[in-house]
Design a protein around this ligand. Structure first.
Ligand code: COA
Length: 162
């Protein structure tokens, strides 16, 4: 598996698992029925935003991440990022490889910190993974996310200074 910059041609491989993740309503604060165009706009921001894909040995896209400044101007030195891994390829280190890559890239780009704005507290896999990569929970916004099965749950803000 390797991580590379995403190309517009990768979109047809990304959208099916992205749509599935949004529709599940468990991990992303997006409309569950977000349309393809809106999702694509969000996932392919203008530079300095970056989009990467993880591809397996056969060149298949198995995950993706988007990153860039979290805010503008005097707060533009803090990066943010979002991650999605195809459920069919979950639990095999794709998320960890994407997380490492995005953090290394943000450091190399001169960002001074990484902030994840909305990690659903019941998303155990993500919370454990981000913690293991040095992110820490700095706040939990009570009942800020309405989960499909758990109802109102907290959203963690996770942060790491470089
Ligand atoms: C969260 C996500 C990116 C993780 O990707 P992944 O490829 O499945 O993750 P990895 O295979 O790299 O595994 C990450 C770690 O989670 C651990 N893990 C798996 N299930 C877990 C669980 N239920 N509780 C705690 N840790 C768990 C794994 O053991 C692994 O740790 P290890 O590398 O020390 O073995 C992926 O599941 C995903 O896209 N989910 C839907 C969207 C999402 O949640 N995005 C992130 C929003 S913050």
């Amino acid at each position: 598996m390797r991580i590379r910059e995403a190309h517009p041609d990768d979109w047809p491989a990304i959208w099916p698992f992205m749509q599935e993740i949004a529709a599940a309503g468990e991990t992303f604060s997006w409309d569950r029925d977000i349309d393809e165009q809106r999702a694509r706009q969000r996932w392919f921001p203008q530079p300095p935003g970056r989009t990467v894909v993880a591809v397996d040995d056969d060149g298949r896209v198995v995950g993706t991440a988007v990153s860039g400044p979290n805010h503008e101007g005097p707060a533009a030195h803090v990066a943010t990022a979002s991650f999605m891994v195809d459920a069919e390829h979950a639990g095999r280190g794709v998320g960890r490889a994407l997380g490492r890559h995005v953090l290394d890239q943000a450091r190399a780009d001169g960002f001074r910190a990484m902030q994840f704005n909305a990690v659903v507290e019941t998303n155990d896999r993500a919370v454990a993974l981000w913690r293991s990569l040095g992110m820490r929970i700095v706040a939990t916004l009570p009942e800020a996310f309405h989960h499909t099965t758990h109802g109102y749950v907290g959203l963690h803000v996770m942060y790491q200074q470089f």
